[in-house]
Design a protein around this ligand. Sequence first.
Ligand code: 173
Length: 321
Amino acid sequence: MSFRTALSALAVVAAFASLPAAAEEVTLRAVNAFQEGTAFAKPFEAFIEKVNAEGKGLVKINYIGGPKAMPPFEVGNAVKSGVVDIANVTGAFYTNLMPEAEALKLAERTIQEQRKNGAWELINKLHNEKLNAYYLARTGDGVPFHLYLNKPIDKPDLKGLTIRVTPVYRAFFAELGANLVQTAPGEVYTALERNVIDGYGWPTQGILDLGWQEKTKYRVDPGFYVVDVNFLVNLDTWKKLSDAQRALLTKVATQIEASNADNAAINQSEIKKQADAGIKPITFEGKARDTWLGTAREAGWAYVKKVAPQHADELRKLLAK
Ligand code: 173
């Protein structure tokens, strides 16, 4: 065999060797920190459906499931180690790995604004470094959190009350004197049923999906903070994808982020459903309202400063108004 023939044979082999890689469909393992079909699972489920429909031959997402497949507070670790490729999870469930995630709920700018002002870039970098993850999308914009209670209160004071929390509410409710019990969402119903808690933190949406209206008397208004439920991709997985695969995931993620705009209307309909189910609002006005919201905000940022002193000021500058 001449040198030229050998060379062209080699070129042919190389071409074929690279073909399967380029044409191969990648399958991503996905988990959800929220129960399938409920409010904060839905945007991710819509994402999966769209990717699988539009990504035939390119990307396929294999949806393993929700908290029955994996405990919510372990999802961050599973993304970090690559046990899963992609996950839907709130920052509150991975503050052990990334304390800066405490700041995400304190945002006063939408994810679209964050992508423009550099906030996304910083937050993505933190996810890269601390969670070995790419920060693909943020859902939940426009949805605040509330305190739900079975005992009435008439001022922003939680002394003597035992409240179920996650890191979202911890600093705020502690500042107002509550006793705190941390649980995953899956344990709230039983805790209410057994009367071991007097109330719990949860956003505007999802109460009826979880059946908690049966065991809930009051919702304290106004809501505070903003939900962050994020799509995270294991960084090694992300880097291994082709440009076309990354482009499809990014395109669909952007579409899902645009649907955050629907949350205002969904909140209204949820508030109505709660009222119909017998949940009564306790509404703080005037000075009490200012104390309620001001304590939420300042306790939240003070805690970020404490656990993430290096990044707290920059995060506040980029996320707050
Ligand atoms: O209350 C929670 O479990 C919690 O932290 C949360 C965060 C985002 C959406 C829903 C719940």
